[in-house]
Design a binder for this molecule. Structure first.
Ligand SMILES: Cc1ncc(COP(=O)(O)O)c(C=O)c1O
Length: 391
């Protein structure tokens, strides 16, 4: 009998949609020119690249010039933070940036490096028990020389949505730029960049059935960025390097599909997510808690903390049962340290190593969720016994 395989790690990455694969196909070995070349091969590639940019801009209610293709989501975050802060240094505009304690490391480590190696001032805001930033803390942190606020739209580990409209309006009122890492949230809602008070927005297509190896940064018109990758004048001088035309085409197709199927996907996700949450919390009334906001959360994210459970052992046992899950950020697999996000929301040491993130996708079924709940009922008591005897 074939071994059961259930993928519940769509927050880490997703399969590429067959229509995305089909859209990219001609751009590997038929239309393969360098989009900067003057000849016909180049012009054809250039046209495909600019069509992809236009499609993405239209879907976000933005201008094509506001769309920058990068090499991954992390690079989009890096370009936003480094690009804005370095430009501020050049113009003498200010020296201070603000972010939150539960940002993805692509933002947090970049901000820390800007502080430690480049001498910028950094304020890292705390979050409440649900993982939300408080506007009162932001108001206290702002200074006359604050250049940038970077707060994620949704947390990758616990799925909490941040009040980004409110933060953006506050930033705008204080003449501060606002960047949001929307890498987890982008395909779960609509975005009207014309109206939203957001100046820079990071996107990673591999999180919504698009390809890996490409990222997108929305940059509001008029914002000056110092490029982090220097060289040719690609992407209007904001990111050097020969454009990856097939991946840009695939990204546009993936975003188009995500927006066209937004309601049906979200309904499907929410049903499965809520079934997971109810089933798991009812199975372990005293030893498991939902992490993140109960309502203001990503439709496809069910995240938990188990008391006296080693998250890495949990992932291994789930994997042996054919279930792919994560203990938080995909980048942390193998890391036995307590989760910094779970610490930031105030959980004690008996909980912070027992994080579990289950992120559902379009192809998951209710039967798969039932199997996952039953599997957890079987393995959690064993892992708790192991942890308390070895502790
Ligand atoms: C919120 C968030 N930001 C940034 C990243 C980094 O994206 P990438 O791995 O595409 O560089 C991720 C990936 O997990 C993420 O979830």
């Amino acid at each position: 009998m074939e071994r059961k395989r259930i993928y519940l790690d769509h927050g880490a990455s997703t399969p590429v949609h067959p229509e995305v694969v089909a859209a990219m196909a001609p751009y590997w070995n038929e239309i393969y020119g360098n989009s900067s070349s003057v000849h016909e091969y180049g012009r054809l590639a250039q046209r495909a690249l600019e069509n992809a940019r236009q499609t993405i801009a239209d879907l976000l209610h933005a201008q094509p010039k506001e769309i920058v293709f990068t090499g991954c989501g992390s690079e989009s975050d890096n370009l936003a933070l480094r690009g804005v802060m370095m430009a501020a240094r050049v113009s003498g505009r200010g020296n201070h940036l603000i972010t939150s304690a539960i940002e993805h490391s692509a933002v947090l480590k970049t901000a820390e490096q800007l502080r430690d190696l480049y001498g910028f001032d950094l304020t890292v805001l705390p979050v409440d028990e649900y993982g939300q930033v408080q506007l009162s803390d932001l108001k206290t942190a702002v200074r006359p020389d604050t250049v940038l606020i970077s707060i994620m739209a949704a947390n990758n580990e616990i799925g909490t949505l941040q009040p980004i409209e409110e933060i953006g309006r506050f930033a705008r009122a204080h003449n501060i730029l606002f960047h949001t890492d929307a890498i987890q949230a982008i395909a779960t809602r609509t975005w009207n960049m014309h109206d939203l008070p957001i100046d820079l927005l990071s996107i990673a297509p591999h999180k919504f059935y698009g390809p890996k190896g490409i990222g997108i940064l929305y940059v509001r018109q008029g914002i000056n960025l110092i490029p982090t990758l220097t060289g040719g004048s690609h992407e209007e001088g904001r990111r050097a390097g020969t454009a990856n035309v097939p991946l840009a085409v695939g990204s546009a197709k993936a975003l188009q599909l995500a927006m066209a199927e937004l309601t049906t996907r979200n309904q499907h996700y929410q049903q499965l997510r809520d079934h997971l949450i109810t089933g798991i919390l009812n199975s372990f009334p005293a030893d498991c808690q939902l992490t993140g906001h109960p309502v203001e959360r990503l439709p496809h994210n069910a995240s938990f903390a188990f008391r006296h459970v080693n998250g890495n052992d949990l992932l291994m046992h789930l994997d042996m049962a054919g279930i792919a899950a994560s203990s938080g950020s995909a980048c942390k697999v193998g890391d036995p340290k307590p989760s910094a996000v779970l610490e930031a929301i105030g959980l004690g040491p008996e909980w912070t190593k027992g994080g579990l993130r289950l992120t559902v996708g379009t192809q998951n079924t209710r039967e798969e969720i039932d199997y996952t709940i039953h599997t957890l009922q079987r393995i959690i008591p064993k892992l708790q016994a192991l942890e308390t005897t070895t502790a």
